[in-house]
Design a protein around this ligand. Sequence first.
Ligand SMILES: NC(=O)C1=CN([C@@H]2O[C@H](COP(=O)(O)OP(=O)(O)OC[C@H]3O[C@@H](n4cnc5c(N)ncnc54)[C@H](O)[C@@H]3O)[C@@H](O)[C@H]2O)C=CC1
Ligand SMILES: Nc1nc(=O)c2c([nH]1)NC[C@@H]1CN(c3ccc(C(=O)N[C@@H](CCC(=O)O)C(=O)O)cc3)CN21
Length: 295
Amino acid sequence: MKISEILKNKSTISFEVFPPKNKEGNISSIYSTIEGLAKLSPDFISVTYGAGGSTKGKTVEIASVIKHEYGIESVAHLSCISSTKEDIKYECERLKEAGIDNILALRGDYPADATNFDPENLEFHYASELNEFIGEHFKGQFCLSGACYPETHQEADGFKKDLEALKKKVDAGAEYLVTQIFFDNDYYYRLVREARKIGITVPILAGIMPITNAKSLIRTTKMCGCTIPYQLSTMIEAHYDNPEAMKEIGINYAAQQIIDLITNGVDGIHIYTMNRAETAQRVFDSIPAVLKELN
Ligand SMILES: NC(=O)C1=CN([C@@H]2O[C@H](COP(=O)(O)OP(=O)(O)OC[C@H]3O[C@@H](n4cnc5c(N)ncnc54)[C@H](O)[C@@H]3O)[C@@H](O)[C@H]2O)C=CC1
Ligand SMILES: Nc1nc(=O)c2c([nH]1)NC[C@@H]1CN(c3ccc(C(=O)N[C@@H](CCC(=O)O)C(=O)O)cc3)CN21
């Protein structure tokens, strides 16, 4: 089922997982993650794209397991920055064969290992081009979605330019959007407000990451280009050496963000789980009645 159909009737709760990273390309650890997440009855689970290395190709397999073995709708991420048009055609054919209806169409990060990467000769430059290409070659077969940036994408020339690029992405076929990680809900409200003003009408799901340790938080915020509010940073500094306290802070902070977002009529909550089902479970256990009000 297309996520756009689900979003016509309700606000969604969804999770994101990634293909487990190991040299053997063994995905068995994902089963316990999915089992834990399934208990929380999400509307869908998305699976990130392994552009290279041992996780390449695992996205389709995991999205297929989520859909066919667990009966939960799934979304496959697809990034295009290192791909040729033939690669994308092949990936889409595989997704179709596996019965996957939903694609999060991304440009993707520049590869860390640039050996086979020639920035002068790319077949895709932006996610909007990927949407156009899939729309042209697989017309109506997938529900496409895209990423958006409450704090502005790092490479963009300001918030306004980034928003104009977002409009292009939606006009090229993205039927809903998922935000980059943010820790200050005001950035999300600004994005929604300004997007609506320029005619972006599609649902905008809020991407929330419950932090679990300080070191990975710092790496992740660098990668994602999001800021850490003063109040959160003081809590992290004070409890840096206490892993259990860090987890409690992360879980409570995410729960507070979600309560505020639901209070203000959010279109959906998308949790970046980092494959930690227990963390998502703890967030949900702390606000069951509020979560029921999302609809
Ligand atoms: N859930 C996920 O996996 C998420 C991944 N990301 C990552 O964020 C990065 C960017 O990906 P996308 O958002 O898909 O890229 P994008 O192609 O939409 O945007 C990339 C940059 O190009 C600009 N831009 C976009 N379209 C343009 C156009 N038509 N003309 C001129 N400028 C344009 C944007 O302002 C932005 O600075 C990737 O690294 C992606 O993997 C971001 C959020 C969520
Ligand atoms: N630029 C960008 N690229 C992405 O791949 C991406 C985003 N942004 N934003 C949304 C999600 C979040 N993603 C992430 C976030 C963190 C890590 C990561 O590996 N972080 C830590 C460890 C996290 C942990 O296990 O707690 C690290 O060590 O860097 C990976 C993908 C993938 N997505």
